[in-house]
Design a protein around this ligand. Structure first.
Ligand SMILES: NC(=O)c1ccc[n+]([C@@H]2O[C@H](COP(=O)([O-])OP(=O)(O)OC[C@H]3O[C@@H](n4cnc5c(N)ncnc54)[C@H](OP(=O)(O)O)[C@@H]3O)[C@@H](O)[C@H]2O)c1
Length: 121
């Protein structure tokens, strides 16, 4: 199992849960460069990918939406596409920022998205 992103909150939790997995960080696997990722995945040939990496600077994303979209959007799509073609599972994490935040009921995963900021988009 390949775990992408080890230094953050989620990656740290996975390290405790799956200590024997293969962990990879930005120095080897930079999500701001989605075009580089398939060749690295071909070399590593994981049996599954869990993505714990993300651009998480919510306020900074307003001025840096292109980079946020590369890391949180395009590269996630590349990893999902690679995993789909290889027939292996892919797990990634979304954010409650995809929702508008103006409802009165708890959101569920299938609730309509309507982000109000760059991070959510
Ligand atoms: N924590 C929460 O409460 C929470 C709640 C809801 C959703 N989520 C979602 O869970 C996911 C992970 O959140 P988190 O809280 O664990 O985030 P985090 O603590 O900010 O960690 C982000 C990780 O991504 C890595 N990263 C940043 N840019 C990268 C790049 N270009 N290439 C490769 N790795 C890169 C960081 O590495 P460096 O440290 O080396 O930069 C770090 O390991 C996000 O999608 C977030 O939306 C988290």
């Amino acid at each position: 199992m390949l775990i992408v992103g080890t230094s953050g909150q989620l990656g740290t939790a996975y390290r405790a849960l799956l200590p024997d997995a293969r962990y990879i960080d930005v120095d080897e696997f930079d999500l701001s460069r989605p075009g580089d990722l398939p060749a690295i995945l071909d070399t590593l040939a994981p049996d599954g990918i869990i993505n714990c990496a993300a651009y998480t600077a919510v306020d900074r994303a307003e001025e840096d939406e292109t980079l946020a979209t590369l890391i949180n959007g395009e590269s996630v799509g590349v990893m999902a596409g690679w995993a789909g073609a290889a027939g292996v599972p892919f797990v990634t994490y979304s954010t409650d920022y995809v929702f508008p935040g103006d409802g009165s009921e708890p959101y569920v995963e299938s609730s309509p998205t309507d982000p109000v900021n760059a991070y959510g988009r």
